[in-house]
Design a protein around this ligand. Sequence first.
Ligand code: ADP
Length: 269
Amino acid sequence: IIEVYAEPVFKSGTRTGTILVHRDITKEHEVDKMKSELVSTVSHELRTPLSSILGFTELMLERELKPARQEKYLQTIHKEANRLTNLINDFLDLQRMEANVQTYHKTSLDLKELVIQVVLRFEPNHPQHQFIIRDLANFTLVWADSDRMEQVLTNLISNAVKFSPEGGRIELVLTNKEDTLHVHVTDEGLGIPETELTKLFTKFHRIDNSDRRKIGGTGLGLPIAKEIMEAHSGRISVTSMLGEGSTFDISIPYEKQMSLLPISTIQPN
Ligand code: ADP
């Protein structure tokens, strides 16, 4: 998009010509469009849980309700308030990361231990899924922010659980490739249409069909995971077959440390 405006040129009081100024405003236009899309998505995402909270509290205030019904309404209110909290937290996280003001507390971290911890946390709450960890890596130490890596793993595993049937297997595989450590999270779930694959890491992008709409979420988990992996010089990618399942792959440079060699390989003087 080009904006053109005319600037008259005067010499000794008489107009001698015109300068045409061309300015490419495509970028500004795109930014404006993105901002207004964002505002409308955010307001929709905020309004939906809020109107349900308002509706149910009004019902409870206006009517004499049986305890069982009261409890059901309270549970809905609680669920919707939680959804709002998650949305706001995710949204603020992502804003901070995109503005490069997120601070990362990186330490030497054994990613294998973290994978095990996160899976142990999921297992009791999802007995209908089968979790498998396969460690095929020689080096599992990375330089990373433990809380943030936990956030990435939690998001990938919770998506794998959400979008796959009961009884489905969720497999986590650790491997080394050149200088990186990879963690693949594979599920046997709904899968993702090919046309959607590249859009998944865009804010608020949720695949729109009736199977998925009833599954809760903010559409911010994967963009946050991408920001976190990039802040660790790492990457995230996805492969999937519709109806068969998906594999999300994160990779991060591993730490090479002499001190980690087994004692027997260190030569005495
Ligand atoms: P959320 O899960 O909160 O909607 P995400 O950014 O984590 O947001 O995921 C965006 C969308 O990507 C989801 O709504 C879903 O449609 C799709 N998706 C993510 N992970 C999977 C998966 N393992 N299987 C199928 N679809 C997935």
